[in-house]
Design a protein around this ligand. Sequence first.
Ligand SMILES: O=P(O)(O)OC[C@H]1O[C@H](OP(=O)(O)OP(=O)(O)O)[C@H](O)[C@@H]1O
Ligand SMILES: NC(=O)CC[C@H](N)C(=O)O
Ligand code: SF4
Ligand SMILES: [Mg+2]
Length: 484
Amino acid sequence: MSHEVTPRDFGCELDDEIFDKFHEECGVFGVFGHPNAAELTYFALVALQHRGQESAGIATVDGVKLYHHKGMGLVSDAIPKDTLPRLSKGHASIGHVRYSTTGVSQLINAQPLVFNFQRGNLALAHNGNLTNALQLHGFLERRGAIFQSTSDTEVMAHLIARAGNQEMEANIREALSIVKGAYAFVILTDDKMFAMRDPNGLRPMVLGKIGDAYCVASESCAFDTIGAELIRDVEPGEMLIISAEGVESTRFSSAGKQSLCTFEYIYFARPDSDIDGYNVHMVRKEFGRQLYREAPVEADVVIGVPDSSISSAIGYAEAAHLPYEIGLIKNRYIGRTFIQPSQELRAQGVKLKLSAVRKIVEGKRVIMIDDSIVRGTTSGRIVSMLRDAGATEVHVLIASPPVTHSCFYGIDTSSRDELIAANKTVPQIREYIGADSLSFLSEEGMMKAFGFDGSGDHGHCNACFTGRYPVEIHEEFTKSHFER
Ligand SMILES: O=P(O)(O)OC[C@H]1O[C@H](OP(=O)(O)OP(=O)(O)O)[C@H](O)[C@@H]1O
Ligand SMILES: NC(=O)CC[C@H](N)C(=O)O
Ligand code: SF4
Ligand SMILES: [Mg+2]
């Protein structure tokens, strides 16, 4: 396997923290029966860009042929303008933005994965992680399968191909009865589009309509961008079959214990998206209000770490009757592979991503709200940045509980030994980040933000806070397993 070329190969430092914490987790989109299917997919992927910036791709069908294009980087780089006319021949299209969870970040693993079977064409896009991919990979290889990629997603395609039924639907059902874990799948064949959400509903997916065409997406913000109307969430264990006849809802599994990822609300999803009936911004605001109830602090001003903590900071400030201010500015052009200043320059004060607004924090007791602490590097840096800008006190409040466990369901997380809360108590973390005080939202408080009574997880996955994994995991299965 070739080595992935990074700026480090040219002697430059990469922002290691970017590689070692919770990150976005792929976005999928599909539309069937629209004359501008490929273009709509392109713009929907731009709206879903926050979910993955490593690679992107689009596949379309015109009933006979399948066209596709995949590339590395942001949608605008991965899918150049001149590829769209070729893709635009199709009336149905699916697309994907990737943040790798299994398999290296290279073109071979970019999605949609595209296959030509005896029974026709098939393109497959996946958000999530298959927790039994390791076993299935070995099983399939022993029976002659030759894998083209190193991602977990490809096992699904091999299972579909092996099933051997006349109807693609039956093949997909058979494959779904074998895979385990977290998934929102969109599959495009010559005459149908299939959309499935795992039986626990770990990963989100919504159904919408644009004109007479139906579409599906990881998040509803994609619909707002292309002018589609949100119809509803796809249900856990549901298979939608979209064709010239319209949309048919079927089940491939009875719903398991519903376990929607709470981190979607905390950090991943865009605030304008609605997931399972809750608007992300409103939920984050309620996290902030709840945080105030649990941890009221005397201070002069409340600030949020942009962008994902702004809603919670507004909620906290509202509940505390304190001014909410923009105390930190984020440079929005710093991307994932951005070359970072060397340690020496960092020590001299070169900081690229965030800057404090001196006029806001100078001489003030500041409450700084962030959505989560993973390794603890971000909070520590911001606390000292705020002190350097003249803050007299810095109180750190986190709008989620301490992250003590890794995720195995489609989020690329640190291993447990890198999670600060798995290794230090809250007072120790406070000391480590240099804050005057530190509090986290409780699991109960987090669930109250959804209107629940506070005890239990209420149909959410909170495993990274509690270690209660809703679907069996295999801790030995690491991201680079199929490369080794
Ligand atoms: O404890 P740490 O390991 O430092 O990670 C915690 C930080 O990571 C995320 O932000 P991130 O900087 O990834 O990007 P964002 O700009 O999307 O919030 C999250 O919003 C926290 O701010
Ligand atoms: N983040 C994701 O949802 C990734 C999908 C798939 N597991 C991959 O690594 O390609
Ligand atoms: S472990 Fe955490 S990040 Fe992973 S699905 Fe569950 S809540 Fe989401
Ligand atoms: Mg952040």
